[in-house]
Write a protein that binds this ligand. Structure first.
Ligand code: EPZ
Length: 432
């Protein structure tokens, strides 16, 4: 069992370099299935979700080579298998991208139902609706999604998404990149990683327009060929360190970011009284006095990201006054609140709304990371709290944050990894 032990209450000073975006990497790596030739992918984050998705591709027959810490070469030319097994797929939500990518490549896919963070029902009806509109037959049996086509190829279609879904938008883009004719996705998601996937596919020869708007047009091409692509910086990792500086205080330069992607987070922190200065591809965040309350509602991009909701709650738990957080994307993303309460936070949850009455200090306590972003928020709370916070189940955090302990230590945080060898390592037995 690995824990993080944080001696909190120390302001942070220094620089943090942001890694490549997790949610772009977990879409771009399966997209390599559509490419004949070597995809050299740069700025790949070293996190367990990426390790898993690469392992799944290797199991399917891909040739994966590590060039250096953040550069991989993935060659899927030799893959002839379209079945992705349960054991690994269940551990990562993004494994559903294998359905779109395998369907696009072979006209058939057999993928176990995906796992992922538990924050309520996570349907994939919009993904399936897209594949069916493109001529696939999709059937769920024995925990597997079986998708087939009559002649081995999908046909372009006009698809209106009933909900704005990152995953369904990406999956249809993957399936459509090599389909016959034009696919139009209406009410598409606009997150930065959707644009990044489109840029990756276009750099390999695809014809995708409109990514980043709510209408995406994909003209299918016969073939995609290899090339080099660099993944964008991680918006949520950057936002998490911004909230760490806001909660613990101090002055931190967050490097290798696209400030535009962070506007929604910057706006809220500034509203609360933090200073945020844009410096090219870096942001300087400074917090000296106590922050004041605000309201936050999570929404699809460019709204405030649901993946930053627990971290901003950690900041609001210490802000002066009463704040409201409304979760606008997931049904049940407040499971972390009970852990915050152990630290002295005053939070009441009613359905999709949390009412946070700011306290003047939090106190360190033993707590448990219940999912990836909740775990990151616990680190943020622990850095700001007085005394010692011990965070359990940190494998959740390591799914999405490269070197979090080293990065925070470099800005003066007192955070250590403690491994308790006598306890069973739960990492391999849980859905991540
Ligand atoms: C992606 O999940 C991210 N995961 C999530 O980040 C993120 O929270 C989410 O988008 C929203 O931004 C990855 O990119 C791998 P959705 P995804 O489809 O694609 C409903 C993290 O912490 N919906 O945009 O699964 C759904 O129930 C992770 O990094 C349907 O109803 O999310 C939800 O209410 C956690 N039918 C809403 O849409 C569908 O077919 C948005 O979900 C699909 C989704």
């Amino acid at each position: 069992m690995t824990k993080y032990v944080i001696h909190g209450g120390k302001p942070l000073y220094g620089e943090i370099e942001i890694s490549g975006a997790k949610n772009a990497a977990v879409a771009i790596i399966p997209a390599a299935l559509l490419v004949d030739g070597v995809c050299r992918i740069e700025n790949v984050p070293q996190i367990s979700d990426v390790t898993l998705i690469l392992k799944i591709l290797q199991d399917l027959g891909a040739d994966v080579r590590t060039v250096n810490k953040s550069t991989m070469e993935v060659d899927c030319t030799g893959i002839h298998n379209n079945r992705a097994p349960y054991e690994m797929v269940r551990r990562i939500r993004a494994s559903y991208y294998l359905i779109g990518a395998l369907l696009g490549r072979f006209g058939a896919a057999d993928v176990a139902m995906p796992g992922g963070c538990d924050f309520g029902v996570r349907p994939i009806d919009q993904h399936i609706k897209g594949f069916v509109a493109m001529g696939a037959e999709v059937d769920v049996q024995g925990g597997f999604i079986h998708a087939t086509t009559q002649n081995g190829r999908l046909s372009g279609a006009q698809i209106y998404m009933d909900v704005v879904s990152v995953g369904a938008t990406i999956n249809v883009m993957l399936a459509a990149a090599r389909a016959d004719g034009m696919t139009i996705i209406e009410n598409a998601a606009k997150e930065p990683h959707i644009v990044d996937l489109a840029n990756f596919l276009n750099s390999m020869g695809a014809d995708i327009r409109g990514a980043g708007t709510d209408v995406i047009k994909i003209r299918g091409v016969e073939r995609l060929s290899g090339g080099t692509y660099s993944i964008i910086p991680d918006q949520i990792e950057a936002g998490t360190y911004m909230t760490a500086a806001a909660a613990a205080g101090g002055e931190v330069l967050i490097k290798n970011v696209i400030p535009k992607h962070l506007d929604c987070i910057t706006a809220k922190l500034v509203e609360m009284g933090a200073e945020v200065q844009e410096m090219g591809d870096a942001l300087l965040i400074r917090r000296m006095g106590r922050l004041s309350r605000t309201n936050v509602k999570t929404m699809p991009y460019p709204g405030f990201p649901t993946d930053m909701q627990p971290q901003i709650a950690a900041v609001l738990a210490l802000a002066e006054g009463t704040s409201l957080i409304t979760e606008g994307v997931w049904d049940n993303r407040f499971r972390y609140v009970d852990e915050f309460k152990r630290m002295g936070a005053r939070i009441q949850v009613d359905g999709k709304v949390a009412v946070i009455e700011g306290v003047d200090h939090l106190t360190g306590a033993p707590i448990r990371a219940c999912d990836l972003r909740a775990g990151a928020a616990m680190v943020v709370a622990g850095l700001a709290a007085q005394g010692i916070t011990e965070i359990d189940c940190v494998y959740h955090i390591e799914r999405g944050y490269e070197d979090i302990v080293r990065k925070l230590s470099a800005v003066g945080a007192d955070i250590r990894v403690v491994i308790t060898p006598e306890e069973e390592d739960v990492h391999n037995s849980h859905a991540v």
